[in-house]
Design a protein around this ligand. Structure first.
Ligand code: HEC
Ligand code: HEC
Ligand code: HEC
Ligand code: HEC
Ligand code: HEC
Length: 205
């Protein structure tokens, strides 16, 4: 045996067939990895995108205009009922029209891209399609006015202070999300505690 002659550990040059085999293995490997990543991303985004809070930390849905409750409630000091005008008067709270926003935003917010969008809706006379965050099934009846009136009188608080019972601290949310499950059991429990009606026709059509 000559020095330097180590045939057993000198790798043999891969032949054409090996090259093809490694190539195919590599490509299927990469494709498999990509598939796993795509599935993971899908699961994660579906999880985070859930409108209903599972552990209380996920965000609400994206809205056509990034509307900050924080700015309007805390900095500008607006009352919930200033914008959700019907909340003390009828079944639905209602979301304000573009016209109400424009009472301030014809002048306020010149540098903001979001305000530009708002002004475009206004000049085209189009309503904003806000994404609903809370929605009960169609067979359920709910009435804001009855709840707001009852609890503001009972606890001697402003109507706006009642909202948090069911909606959490919206004034601190960058994006509104649902924090209470608002399932039948939750409604009925509170009705029982307050001697409110619990017969089926109270809440069902
Ligand atoms: C300047 C107007 C304005 C004020 C003040 C305001 N809101 Fe809103 N609110 C909106 C708009 C616009 C939307 C729809 C866009 C969104 O969900 O962010 C909304 C959405 C909501 C929603 C979600 C509605 C749904 O789709 O289920 C709740 C709940 C809510 N507001 C509660 C409150 C409460 C509670 C306060 C007071 C702490 C408040 N808002 C103050 C304008 C306002
Ligand atoms: C009473 C006056 C008033 C009303 C009504 C009002 N806003 Fe505002 N809004 C403000 C002020 C003040 C700011 C803070 C502006 C700033 O920081 O430059 C603001 C900030 C904003 C911003 C953030 C701008 C940015 O990019 O920082 C958006 C978006 C916005 N408002 C949308 C709306 C919408 C949509 C409505 C109607 C549902 C509305 N506003 C109603 C006064 C108002
Ligand atoms: C007793 C629980 C409860 C209280 C208190 C309450 N809400 Fe609601 N809110 C709901 C439920 C339930 C829905 C979904 C209603 C539906 O889908 O018909 C809702 C929906 C909404 C919506 C979107 C749909 C609509 O009605 O326009 C807004 C905005 C809203 N609430 C604002 C408010 C504000 C502002 C207050 C306080 C002044 C308030 N809510 C107090 C339970 C409550
Ligand atoms: C925090 C406690 C509380 C929760 C949560 C609650 N309710 Fe009520 N609800 C009341 C009380 C108290 C009354 C009685 C008000 C009165 O006597 O005027 C009432 C009254 C009602 C009424 C009768 C309104 C009318 O026209 O007289 C309906 C309908 C109703 N609730 C539906 C619901 C539904 C649906 C839910 C769940 C999504 C719900 N409530 C959650 C406390 C609650
Ligand atoms: C205080 C209000 C309230 C009362 C009273 C009430 N329900 Fe409901 N019910 C609800 C709400 C809210 C839902 C929808 C829950 C959800 O979002 O899944 C519901 C859902 C249902 C569903 C659909 C099943 C489901 O899980 O979605 C049935 C069936 C039902 N209720 C039957 C009844 C019957 C029967 C009675 C009388 C014994 C009754 N409810 C009384 C509020 C009420």
């Amino acid at each position: 045996m000559l020095p330097g002659d180590f045939p057993s550990i000198i790798p043999t040059k891969p032949d054409r067939k090996d090259m093809v085999r490694f190539g195919v293995l590599g490509i299927t490997g990469l494709a498999g990895l990509a598939l796993v990543v795509i599935i993971l991303l899908f699961v994660i985004s579906a999880w985070l995108g859930r409108p209903i809070s599972m552990f209380g930390y996920d965000e609400g849905p994206d809205q056509p205009i990034v509307f900050p409750h924080t700015t309007h409630v805390q900095e500008v000091g607006l009352d919930c009922t200033f914008c959700h005008r019907n909340v003390t008067k009828g079944a639905s709270a209602t979301v304000p029209s573009v016209g109400l926003c424009m009472t301030c935003h014809t002048v306020v917010g010149d540098e903001s891209a979001e305000i530009e969008k708002l002004r475009d809706y206004h000049s085209q006379g189009e309503p904003i399609d806000w994404v609903r965050v809370h929605r009960l099934p169609d067979h359920v009846r709910f009435n804001h006015q009855a709840h707001i009136q009852y609890f503001s009188e009972k606890n001697n608080i402003l109507p706006a202070a009642v909202c948090a019972t069911c909606h959490g601290d919206v004034g601190n949310m960058k994006k509104v999300r649902q924090v209470e499950p608002l399932k039948m059991g939750n409604c009925v429990d509170c009705h029982r505690d307050n001697n409110a009606p619990t017969d089926c026709s109270t809440c069902h059509y």
